[in-house]
Design a protein around this ligand. Sequence first.
Ligand code: AMP
Length: 282
Amino acid sequence: MVILQTPKQFQQYRRTIPHGQSVGFVPTMGALHAGHAELLKRSAAENQVTILSIFVNPKQFGPREDFQKYPRPFEADLDIAEACGVSAVFSPSVADFYPDSFSTYVEENALSKPLCGAFRPGHFRGVTTVVLKLFNVVRPNRAYFGLKDAQQFFVIKKMVEDLNLDLEIKGVPTVRENDGVALSSRNRYLSSEERERAPMIFKTLTRARDQILSGADPAKVCCEQIAVLEQNGFRVQYFEYWPQGRVLAAAAYLGITRLIDNVLIETTKQTRVSEASPESTI
Ligand code: AMP
């Protein structure tokens, strides 16, 4: 496994990959866990070469968010990458990726507006900008994204479609702990007492999904589940059905930690289709 730091170094390496070999790409901010590993394994199974990027992207963090304290366990990440069959890791510095003169941004203007977009101004602009830059450096045939960040997945798919990028975007189902908590690099911020309460997000989402699928009014169901979360000390930002992604999605603070999660909510036929092939949901 090779580790490349500057975009130029990576581009030199990229030119050594033979033309016929397919390149799978998993962009991350590091602090890898079993969710990231699932994306990497999927890429390694479907491509001859798998590239991992590790870059904590300052442009997707708000001024009061956790950019500085975001975990950066680089050596442990390399061990996981190696075990998952990664061929090369691209890990640029902020200065190399965004020199002071940097002045070009890319923005999706529809799917990025509700949900997280409403509470994190500029977040998706930072995501699409960094992902497009990474795509240009890595030039993958396929790129893998977690459906845990469902809105991000759909925004990136839309950017790829709108800008005619020649690659496939693959969605990978959310990897969870046994108690339902979606794996996230930010779970390590939770105190042990908060961690015990964390499964409530997935529980309320699945309860709401089941009620909606049995015919209950989505707005009423969501209100009830927001109340349940708030009674248990969560500060809910949103808990709503997002028709564009056909997901029921939630974001809530537990202490200082912001957690997001979602569940697919579709008719029986659609659920079967998207569970078999989540990348075909748009
Ligand atoms: P991050 O490092 O948090 O930016 O995540 C990098 C990629 O891993 C994104 O495509 C995420 O959606 C995906 N990811 C994060 N957590 C999970 C999870 N629990 N299950 C599946 N994919 C995940």
